[in-house]
Design a protein around this ligand. Structure first.
Ligand code: SF4
Length: 366
């Protein structure tokens, strides 16, 4: 595969662990999602986490809005393997209950957790459990004093919220931290995270909050998360979509794949088609996509709409098809290796892809 350009420099951070997943310190950028079920419905929540486990999501966050939800955490934890982050607002006692349930990380919102003492109590409990805290600032729920001071949830206000909380925790010697500051506005999120990255060496969780439904939500997330990642900022990501959880993971992964920051499964490149194309390329790409589902080996697969320019245009691809009505060329790294009838093209591509993977050996996890 083509890799990250040499000038790319990932920001150096402290490494912390959420369960067994390392965050920051040069570790692979972790993909997080968040359950959309009612947390007290243990069966449904476990089912959703298992879906995420199946597609290889790294971390899952669960909302803990009340005592019943906090009580459900132990059962959920016992029935699942993925590291769990308890999402706490308003009531620090819910964080204490989550920690007692052996949860792997707690996210608190300094804007609504109720002051210094509650943050300190939560951190002391996290320290006893050897669990990190995520300080998660949100533009929509900033501390009232900061809103008064700045007049709006601007980057400076969000950064000050993080600074105040980190200082408080560092004063008591607690530094097992992940920081995050999110807004639904992409420029504000980008600017805030740049400022935080300049100031702290803690790992950052990044995302665009309330990004909306796909495709707009995908694009907003890709622009915001992608811009920061391209600057070396970000150690875990979440794409917040009004869509099923799996979609958040798929989009998150595609963002990482686009920047060659992490490999997972095939990457399809396909041409936009033009007047030279005389097949139904959209249909062909869908067929290839379907056949590649579930394959974990990182491979670049090209699907091109003409035999004249296709192989050359997709020189970077490990394998590819360039098809017309009459014939399909199977090519490898721009070199044509086989001609088949269009009806056999997908099968021939898959066969060639298996050969490429076999020759390469075991997949690398980046
Ligand atoms: S590969 Fe062929 S059909 Fe596709 S855009 Fe290029 S020239 Fe047009």
């Amino acid at each position: 595969m083509v890799h990250q350009r040499e000038s790319y420099v990932r920001r150096t951070t402290k490494k912390v662990y959420i369960g067994e997943v390392p965050i920051g310190g040069g570790s692979p950028i972790a993909v997080e999602s968040m359950t959309k079920t009612n947390t007290t419905d243990v069966k449904a929540t476990v089912r959703e986490i298992k879906k995420l486990e199946k597609i290889g999501c790294d971390l899952v966050r669960i909302a803990v809005p009340d005592y019943d939800a906090a009580e459900a955490l132990a059962s959920i934890k016992a029935k699942t393997k993925m590291p769990i982050i308890a999402d706490i607002h308003f009531n620090y006692k819910l964080a204490l209950m989550a920690l007692e349930a052996n949860i792997d990380c707690v996210r608190i919102n300094p804007g609504n957790i109720g002051g210094r003492e509650n943050i300190i109590r939560t951190a002391e409990a996290a320290r006893r459990q050897e669990v990190p805290l995520r300080i998660g600032v949100n533009a929509g729920s900033l501390d009232k004093s900061l809103l008064q001071k700045y007049g709006a949830p601007i980057p400076e206000a969000m950064v000050e919220s993080i600074v105040r909380t980190v200082s408080l925790l560092e004063d008591i010697g607690f530094d097992d931290l992940i920081l995050s500051a999110k807004a639904s506005r992409v420029p504000i999120t980008i600017e805030t995270n740049r400022m935080i990255a300049n100031r702290f060496r803690y790992p950052l969780h990044i995302g665009i909050t309330e990004a909306g439904p796909p495709p707009a939500g995908n694009i907003r997330s890709a622009v915001g998360i992608g811009t920061l990642l391209a600057e070396g900022i970000g150690d875990t990501i979440r794409v917040s979509l009004t869509a099923p959880v799996e979609e958040e993971v798929i989009v998150g992964r595609e963002i990482l794949k686009s920047l060659f920051l992490r490999e997972h499964g095939p990457m399809i490149i396909s041409c936009p088609t033009c007047g030279r194309c005389n097949i139904d390329l959209i249909r062909l790409v869908k067929q290839v996509e379907k056949k590649l589902e579930g394959i974990k080996e990182p491979t670049v697969v090209a699907v091109m709409g003409c035999v004249v320019n296709g192989p050359g245009e997709a020189r970077e691809a490990d394998v590819g098809i360039a098809a017309t009505k009459g014939e399909a060329l199977i090519f490898r790294k721009g070199e044509i290796i086989k001609k088949v009838s269009p009806t056999k093209a997908v099968a021939a591509l898959l066969q060639e892809m298996k050969q490429v993977v076999k020759r390469r050996g075991k997949p690398r996890r980046r």
